[in-house]
Design a protein around this ligand. Structure first.
Ligand SMILES: [Zn+2]
Ligand SMILES: [Zn+2]
Length: 148
């Protein structure tokens, strides 16, 4: 299964089960080809998706080191709907039971459900499940708190 010639094998996808509640999960290296960060909540399984080209990020990036940029982004992000804070050093939590599965910070992202085999297309049910997961767990709007 981990044949390096498989498409996407370099992301080292691995089906795992939550060690706490046995929910099926997919662990995947964050692709360096993507041009956004997923910044995880420190209390739940939600994450904020922040483009490298977001105008707020661009306004911060000029004079800052990467470390300064990361803390500036964290400070400007709205709190999660659970009340937690989005942080580059947050752990990866199980979406079902919210317990920590991978102690952060991590090169891995964590998704609900086992991976789709590369030799077939996702079923309509699997597509719907992914869309529901994204709607629930990925924040893509109302990301920033007002300045000041
Ligand atoms: Zn769990
Ligand atoms: Zn949260």
């Amino acid at each position: 299964m981990s044949d390096e010639s498989e498409p996407g094998a370099w992301l080292r996808p691995e089906d795992i089960d939550c060690p706490h509640c046995r929910a099926p999960l997919l662990r995947l290296v964050r692709s360096p080809l993507l041009d956004e960060w997923l910044i995880y909540c420190d209390c739940c399984a939600r994450r904020a998706e922040i483009s490298y080209y977001d105008p707020i990020v661009e306004s911060m990036s000029a004079e800052n080191t990467p470390e300064q940029l990361f803390s500036a982004i964290e400070a400007r992000l709205r709190v999660c709907s659970c009340g937690g804070r989005f942080s580059f050093s947050a752990s990866r939590r199980c979406p079902a039971c919210l317990q920590i599965v991978i102690h952060g910070p991590s090169e891995y992202d964590l998704w609900a459900g086992h991976g789709i085999p590369p030799d077939r297309d996702p079923t309509p049910e699997e597509v719907r499940a992914m869309e529901e997961f994204e709607a629930e767990f990925i924040r893509r709007s109302a990301l920033w708190r007002p300045e000041g």
